[in-house]
Design a protein around this ligand. Structure first.
Ligand code: CXF
Ligand code: ZN
Length: 377
């Protein structure tokens, strides 16, 4: 491409200050360095985690920054030493690297990678950023930074996908869909005929419902305090819907009654430590598994030891346990084979320059996912 090796000037949504609207700016995207790839972002989702670090949890991310990590695009150019990608490849960035060589990558038991998994949210340095604005480096959130027409990622942070995939849909496979679906399939290993409870019916919770159904669960109880979420939950496989505010007794007691002693699997998809405790207690003693899927780093979660001593298991997941370079192409294929729903998650289609509208929709719980079109494919 004519732009290879040159700085690209393009538009990006820049976070200059916490809790303030993003600003569309002209930025400079440097050419990819050793084992890096520059990609043209075609579409990006707006995820609650982008907003969490922008709004709730001051100073975990150093500003100015380019947020966005759930996206799909096309390789524009490759840096020296890149072996897996060619310009023109269709790709999804990984916010969790997958080097295939470290102790974690070699183990089938985890999708962590020694090259940095989220522990490094606030450690990714400005020096490593390839995006700058008026001479100032902008931090690339989670090593990605997809609220930009172009971005640069490491080769270990990129998955190649089927060129036939519609990028304005499969971008959601880059975070929410894998996170929820994988929590059920990979982390909990939901069994056919089992009972499941999903707390929180945002995109991640709905994807967990879909994963429970794919695993053959016979009872999938979807829980939210916003009854407007229930219709979609049923489309994705919920057999029962519950609004905790409609009941005077605690939700865990209600679920125990509904299932004769507790569900086999529960999923917390909110990031609320009280709900994490409720989700654990909703599980049947003996073998119940409760998975923490929602993110918070503002509080610790706790439970009476007897909850665990009686045989419930409490675990958690990042990106649904998927190893990105393998899992993402498989999930894209499942979507193309009509075995995975993705379109159902998209409630709004906007452009990158309308990002602040998308942020407001997400904050108000009015949308599941807004997909922003960023560049033409
Ligand atoms: C999150 C998980 C919590 C840290 C930031 C990324 N995953 C996707 O949004
Ligand atoms: Zn996300």
């Amino acid at each position: 491409m004519a732009t290879a090796g040159k700085v690209i000037r393009c538009k990006a949504a820049v976070a200059w200050e916490f809790n303030q609207p993003l600003v569309i700016e002209e930025v400079e995207v440097a050419p990819p360095q050793e084992k890096e790839i520059r990609i043209k972002i075609v579409a990006t989702g707006v995820c609650q985690s982008d907003l969490y670090f922008l709004c709730k949890c001051l100073n975990k991310v150093t500003l100015p920054a380019v947020f966005g990590h759930e996206a799909a695009g096309v390789v524009e150019s490759i840096g020296p030493g890149v072996t897996e990608f060619q310009p023109g490849d269709t790709v999804i960035p990984l916010f969790m690297p997958h080097c295939r060589e470290c102790r974690f990558c070699k183990s089938p038991k985890t999708n962590l990678c020694v090259n940095g998994s989220l522990g490094q949210i606030n450690e990714r340095s400005f020096e490593q950023s390839r995006i700058s604005c008026r001479g100032r480096k902008l931090l690339q959130f989670l090593g990605t930074g997809t609220f930009s027409e172009f971005t640069v990622v490491k080769e270990i942070c990129l998955a190649k996908i089927d060129p036939a995939a519609p990028l304005d849909k499969v971008c959601l496979i880059g975070c929410a869909i894998c996170t929820g679906y994988g929590a059920a399939i990979n982390t909990a290993k939901v069994e056919a005929g089992s009972s499941c409870a999903v707390f929180g019916l945002g995109a991640v919770g709905l994807a967990a419902v879909m994963g429970c159904r794919a695993a053959g669960a016979s009872r999938i109880i979807a829980i939210d305090i916003n009854p407007e979420k229930f219709e979609k939950a049923k489309v994705l496989g919920a057999t029962d819907v519950v609004n905790p505010n409609d009941h005077s007794r605690p939700i865990q007691q209600l679920l125990q009654e509904m299932t004769g002693g507790g569900v086999d699997f529960s999923f917390e998809c909110i990031g609320n430590v009280e709900v994490m405790h409720s989700a654990l207690e909703s599980c049947v003693p003996g073998w119940g598994v409760s998975v923490i899927v929602g993110w918070t780093d503002m509080q610790n979660c706790s439970a009476p030891p007897i909850q665990l001593m009686t045989g419930r298991k409490w675990t958690g997941t990042l990106f649904g346990g998927f190893k990105g370079k393998d899992g993402i192409p498989q999930m894209v294929k499942a979507y193309l084979d009509r075995k995975l729903m993705v379109d159902e998650f998209i409630t709004h289609n906007l452009r990158l320059d309308q990002i602040n509208e998308a942020v407001e929709l997400m904050k108000n719980g009015q949308c599941i996912r807004a997909v922003l079109s960023v560049s033409p494919q």
